[in-house]
Design a protein around this ligand. Structure first.
Ligand code: NAP
Length: 265
């Protein structure tokens, strides 16, 4: 998207174009936790829509490489960016490295998706269980989004999608930590949306119900799907389709919203 201003008219008929913005040809999306599950499905979907995908993950090199290889095999663009979203210094270093590799580019779309569960009844909940869940879902949103926001504001274009949860809307027994983190993410989404709307940066949250992934692999699906009006768990691809819409130009007038995707739960 080259934008010129014609400032220097040296003599009649001679117009010198001058760049007023950095050259920015490719659109980049950073998806945290994109090695597996919902994040991986979001990476595939956005790659198909023409974004260059930056795949963040923490431990699972093999799964992350598979995600990248599949995108590239299908003609898309993807690169790995491993860092721990729960560590502010790691975020800083990783973004710095990425920017050095891409001096003329910026990340248009950020999907804050990485998350963990450490379920326990609150009376038994350990400090580590509380802190690790808040660091991975909530603190990560703050440190990473703040780091990438300036470029979005400068370019007057950006999309931030935060993956919350139905637990953040209604609360879930055994998940005081997770429900708190996901509810706070919704509050932050609403507040930030108002701060940046005038600069054409949108901020929305998606609140999935039960979605098939490693995170829900230990749950009794047969029992739980009875309480879902659609009588099934959702698919990661269904969440990805919603995220892709919120990331698109068509969703330019939607901001500060939390959209549930729960099969009617
Ligand atoms: P998942 O299958 O367990 O995958 C989690 C992903 O997050 C993996 O890619 C993992 O990377 C990454 N990750 C975890 N901790 C990280 C860290 N500290 N730094 C960087 N990456 C990290 O989970 P999922 O089901 O796809 O869930 C994705 C998001 O949706 C989460 O925020 C979750 O809370 C939310 N959600 C899920 C459901 C559901 O039913 N599945 C429902 C509501 C909301 P590695 O592969 O390297 O470990």
């Amino acid at each position: 998207m080259r934008k010129y201003t014609y400032l220097c008219k040296l003599q009649e008929g001679l117009v010198i174009p001058k760049f007023t913005e950095k050259k920015h040809q490719m659109r980049y999306v950073l998806v945290t936790g994109a090695s597996r599950g919902i994040g991986r499905a979001i990476a595939f979907k956005l790659a198909k829509q023409g974004y260059a995908v930056v795949i963040n993950y923490l431990h699972n090199d093999e799964a992350a490489q598979q995600t990248r290889d599949q995108i590239v095999a299908e003609g898309g663009q993807a690169e790995l960016l491993r860092f721990d979203v729960a560590q502010p210094n790691a975020i800083e270093q990783a973004v710095e490295q990425w920017q050095q590799r891409h001096p003329d580019e910026y990340i248009d779309v950020l999907v804050n998706n990485a998350g963990i569960r450490r379920d326990n009844l609150m009376v038994f909940m350990q400090n580590e269980e509380w802190e690790s869940v808040l660091q991975t879902s909530l603190n990560a949103f703050f440190y990473l989004t703040r780091r990438l926001l300036k470029d979005m504001l400068t370019h007057r274009h950006g999309r931030i999608v935060n993956i919350s949860s139905v637990s953040g809307l209604k609360g879930m027994a055994g998940q005081v930590n997770y429900s708190a983190a996901k509810a706070a993410l919704i509050g932050a989404t609403k507040a930030l949306a108002q701060e940046v709307a005038a600069r054409k940066v949108t901020v929305n949250a998606v609140a999935p119900g039960f979605i098939e992934s490693d995170m829900t692999g230990d749950l009794n699906q047969d029992e739980l799907k009875k309480i879902v009006p659609m009588k099934r768990f959702g698919k990661a691809e269904e969440v990805a389709a919603l995220v892709a819409f919120l990331a698109s130009d068509e969703a330019a007038y939607i901001t500060g919203e939390t959209i549930s995707i729960t099969g009617g739960l």
